[in-house]
Design a protein around this ligand. Sequence first.
Ligand code: PMP
Length: 425
Amino acid sequence: MEMDSPNIGLNRQYLNELEKLECRDATEHGQEPPLVMDKALGSTIWDVEGRSYLDLCAGFGSLPLGHNHPEVVSVVANDLLFLKPPVMQGLGDVHPSVEKVEFLRILLKLLPRELNKASLAVTGSQAVEIAIKTALLATKGDGIIAIKNGYHGLDFGALSLNDRPEFTMPFSKWLVSEKVAHVDFGCQSQAIEQAIDMQARQGIKTAAIIAEPIQGRGGVHLPPSGWLEELYALATKKGMLLIFDEVYTGLGRSGKLTFAHDVPCDLLCLGKAIGGGMPLSACIGTQAVMDYWPESKGEAIHTGTFFGHPLACKVGRLTISLLLREKVIEKSVENGIFLRDLLSEALNSDSRVEKIRGSGMMNAIEFNVKNLAALVMSKLREKGVIAIPAGVQGECLSLTPPLNISRDHLREAVSKIHEVLSTCV
Ligand code: PMP
C-alpha cells in the first residue's frame, strides 16, 4: 500500500460528514471505517488519503476492463471536449438517442439470434423488474419460481424473489411473497414440478422460473451439469418462461459471454458489466415474448427518466468492443484458472478453507469458520487489497477483479490472502 500524498484524517472527515448526510442504511459505518475512494485506474483504487489498493472487487463485478480503460476515457473525453456536445439525457420513451441505437446494435449482435428485443434500464434490479412484467404479460400467469439463496436486486418486484429475510422482512407487508415459490439451486425437476402444483392449488398460475446460472452473491455456486438444460425443458413443457439473471455472470465475468449461448432461455437480464461501470442494464427476450408488450402510443407503460442513458450506452458500447478486440473473455477464463490454481497451491493445507471455486473471474474462497471471511476482508484492506464477502452467511471471500487484471496483481493478491490468513489464528 503506497502513500502518494499523505492526507491523514481526510477519510474520517468525509465519513463523519457522510454519516450526518446519508440514510444510515446506505453505508456501513461499523468498527472498520470504510475507505473513501478518490480515484482509480485499472485494478488500483486510491483512497482520499492517497493510499493505493489492489481492487479484487471491480465494482461488484461491474468493471470488466477495470477502472478507466484509457481508450474508453479518451473517446469519451475527446467527444466531450472537442467533437460534439453529447446528449446527456435520452428522453427515454420519447426521443431516442443515437447512442442507444448503437449500443443495442452491438449488444444484440453478441447474443443468440433468438434473443433479439431488448428493454433498457439503469440497474440490475430494474432489468429483473422488466423480466417479471414481461413474463406476466406473456403467460397471463402470476406466479414465479425462484431459487433459494439467489439474489436479484432489492426493488419491490425483484425483492419478492429473494428468500433472505433480512432483506424482505422489514417490507413484508408490501411484498407478493405468496406468488413466489423457492426451490434449491441444482434441484431435481420434480421439486420444480411440485412447486408449480403447489402454486396451482393456491390458484396461482406459474409464469416463469428465474435463475442465476451461477449463484453470485449467494457464494459463487456453479450449476450441476445439465441443470440449466433441465430448467429450459421444464419451462417449455409447462408453458412458463425461463429467465436467466446474468446481471453478475454476463459479459465475460463467468468466462462466458452468456449462458444463453449454451442453453436457450426466453428472457435474459444483464447489468453490471454492460455499462462498463456506468449504470446500465437490459432485459432481452425473444421477439415472441417481448411482443406481448403493447406498442407504445406516446406513453410507454414501463419506462424511466434515465433508461438507456446515452452516456452509459456509449461507455457500454466502447467497453463491449474492447472486450471483443482485446479478447478479454478468453483472458477471464485463463486468469480464472491461474487464480484458482494459485489459491489452491497457497491455501490447500489450511483446514479453515472449505472450498475454492469459481468460473472465469467470478471466484470464492469458502471458509468453515464463522466470520473468518469478514476478518480476512478487513486485514486485507490493511494490506492494501479490497475484497468483499459473499455467501448467505458471509462464509466466502469473493474475488471478482477486472477480467484483464495482470498476473502480477493476481500473484500479489494470493500472497496477501495467504499472509493474512496466517495471522488469523
Ligand atoms: N441480479 C444479480 C444476479 C445480481 O448479482 C445483482 C447485483 N449483485 C442484481 C441482480 C441487482 O443489481 P443492481 O444492484 O444493479 O440492482
